[in-house]
Design a protein around this ligand. Structure first.
Ligand code: AMP
Length: 590
């Protein structure tokens, strides 16, 4: 039995989603669908875009509605017009094999009269942005009294962009006995207020956070001089002839500038930003969706809510201001179990902030050399030859042009013709074979090794003290600790490769205020004391635990903060070479 049927969906829906390539329910679908199909419960689902949430509410909604009645029974509210259109299209696709359902999208920036007409013609489901819906309510163009199901999609985002009053108004116009299904990536207070005001004993479910640690995304960065940024972008694009991606820029002006340059240089790219008219934006999105362009150059705001599947690459033209933005951007690739690549073009000054992004992302970002001319030429030739090989030759076309072809090429051998076609086809990329200079990597992104130590603020340590303590104990140099982030009960470190062994070795069998020091490397938790050795202990100044004698025996009398003094092995007693300044800073924010 099809797993979606097992969840309780009917054959018409299952056949439609099978055509869309849905084989297995995503976690949010597996959890939500049976609950919603019961038609009795309100639901709060913590789920982000990309988790399959549209189908999670859309399929049960289509199952529960009465197609023969023309009344509006389902209302989906979402924050942006892009999302509104996306949801409408998705629902229409799911409903393809069902008796005629009318699903109407209602959003700002489009002709309101057309929308009113569509509603009047009878729409069982309305997908709306709150602002426009309030307009329609004010004009008495819509009747919400027949609504049986309300879906609040991206509820947190709706409240973020200021739709609280609109939501209050809309919800107050819907019947009391309707069911409400709320989907949100986060559950801030405002969302909980809405939930408690309008929902009855909702069931809560949580789907895995797609944006965090998607292992199907490969993260790569190139560190180059700012003036090489555009050339680097071109090389990345040239090295990936089949790219279908989004280039993120910081400002509208930069977005337009990069798109213009790419356009001039012959790349199938267009810009998407807030200075374009709605019509222009729609056109760009249509071209991107049907793949007549391969690249979208966009600002974060303009790209919000765009859900295009199969995006192969995300390119960050420069470092985003917040680490979360990087996570969000890269989450647009590698959807539904597919693979994707997220690329960051960084300047030498950005290097430390990349570490911060990695921590937010919980995944490493690998530094690579900018693709060389030889590599690009090789890839382009391979791509070109495959394209030629796989080209479908239409007989009608050939009938018309073959005589001309033969005539023009007369006297040339097949080999000659092949060679000429090849050179003509690959012409644009030939300079790469002419010893074009490599783009120099400007500053190396230090690839640190990450460690986690079970000492934190609750041990009366602060970042600086702990840093000094580690330097002193393990005989490190200040600059070998790339980053240190102290939390309540543990500290995360990033150190120069090789130093992790020194640290592990040093703190093997050690205690701090009676607690065994544990150091986690990668995903492995290593604990000191695997031998029968006597345990040493450190005790924090003035907060000695008063534990058993062995804990304090050889570490008593620590005068310095952090409590260390005593007979360390001489090889690890070296203090750092006065690297105080470097050591003082924990990594910068933002
Ligand atoms: P959403 O979170 O609703 O924006 O969905 C993200 C993407 O995953 C969309 O392109 C869906 O078409 C796709 N999708 C949703 N559910 C499944 C599934 N069960 N199997 C494969 N793809 C899915």
């Amino acid at each position: 039995m099809n797993p979606f049927e097992t969840l309780g969906l009917g054959p018409e829906l299952v056949s439609a989603i099978t055509r869309l390539g849905f084989e297995q329910p995503t976690p949010v679908q597996a959890q939500a669908i049976p609950i919603l199909l019961s038609g009795e419960k309100d639901l709060i689902a913590l789920a982000q875009t990309g988790t399959g949430k549209t189908a999670a509410f859309g399929l049960p909604l289509l199952s529960l509605l009465e197609p023969w009645s023309k009344e509006t029974q389902g209302l989906v509210l979402c924050p942006t017009r892009e999302l509104c259109l996306q949801i409408t299209k998705d629902l229409q696709r799911y409903a393809e094999d069902l008796p005629a359902f009318k699903i109407v999208a209602v959003y700002g920036g489009a002709n309101i009269q057309t929308q009113i007409r569509e509603i009047k013609n009878g729409a069982q489901i309305i997908v709306a942005t709150p602002g426009r819906l309030v307009d329609l309510i004010d004009r008495r163009a819509i009747n919400l009294e027949t609504i049986r199901y309300v879906i609040l999609d991206e509820a947190d985002e709706m409240l973020n962009v200021g739709f609280k009053d609109a939501l209050d108004l809309i919800l107050s116009k819907t019947p009391k006995d309707k069911l409400t299904w709320l989907f949100s990536a986060t559950l801030p207070n405002e969302v909980q207020v809405i939930a408690s005001r309008y929902m009855h004993q909702p069931v809560e479910i949580q789907a895995g956070q797609r944006n965090q640690g998607n292992e199907n995304i490969d993260h790569i960065c190139y560190v180059v001089k700012p003036r090489d940024r555009y050339q680097t972008l071109k090389r990345i694009l040239d090295a990936h002839p089949e790219i279908f991606g989004i280039v993120f820029c910081r400002t509208k002006a930069e977005t337009q500038q990069v798109a213009d340059l790419l356009h001039q240089d012959g790349y199938p790219a267009e810009s998407l930003h807030g200075d374009l008219s709605q019509l222009q934006r729609d056109q760009v999105m249509r071209k991107f969706r049907n793949r007549s362009i391969q690249l979208l150059v966009a600002t974060d705001v303009a790209a919000r809510g765009i859900d295009v599947s199969d995006i192969s690459h995300i390119i960050n033209y420069n470092l985003p201001d917040e680490p979360e933005v990087y996570t969000h951007r890269s989450g647009r690739t590698a959807r539904a179990g597919k693979k994707g690549v997220s690329i960051l073009i960084a300047a030498p000054g950005d290097v430390r902030r990349i570490g911060l992004i990695e921590r937010t992302l919980k995944q490493p970002i690998r530094q690579e050399e900018v693709p060389s001319g030889t590599l690009i030429l090789d890839r382009q030739i391979g791509h070109f030859l495959e394209t030629i090989r796989d080209t479908k030759v239409e007989s009608e076309l050939m009938e018309r042009f073959l005589p001309r072809l033969h005539e023009t090429m007369e006297g040339l051998s097949t080999d000659d013709i092949l060679k000429r076609f090849f050179v003509a086809g690959i012409h644009r990329f030939l300079p790469y074979g002419m010893g074009l200079e490599d783009i120099e990597t400007a500053g190396s992104r230090r690839q640190g090794v990450r460690l986690r130590i079970n000492l934190g603020r609750m041990d009366e340590l602060d970042a600086q003290t702990l840093r000094d303590f580690l330097i002193l104990m393990a005989g490190l140099e200040a600059k070998q600790i790339y980053a240190l982030e102290i939390n309540k009960s543990y500290t995360q470190l990033e150190v120069e490769p090789g130093c992790e062994n020194k640290i592990m070795e040093t703190f093997r069998d050690e205690r701090y205020q009676g607690r065994r020091i544990r150091i986690e490397l990668g995903d492995k938790l290593r604990e000191g004391g695997d031998s029968g050795e006597r345990r040493r202990s450190y005790s924090g100044g003035g907060r000695s635990s008063g534990g058993g004698g062995d804990r304090r025996g050889d570490r008593s009398g620590g005068g310095s903060r952090g409590g260390y003094s005593g007979n360390r092995r001489s090889d690890s007693r070296r203090t750092s070479d006065g690297g105080g300044e470097g050591a003082r800073k924990s990594y910068p924010r933002g």
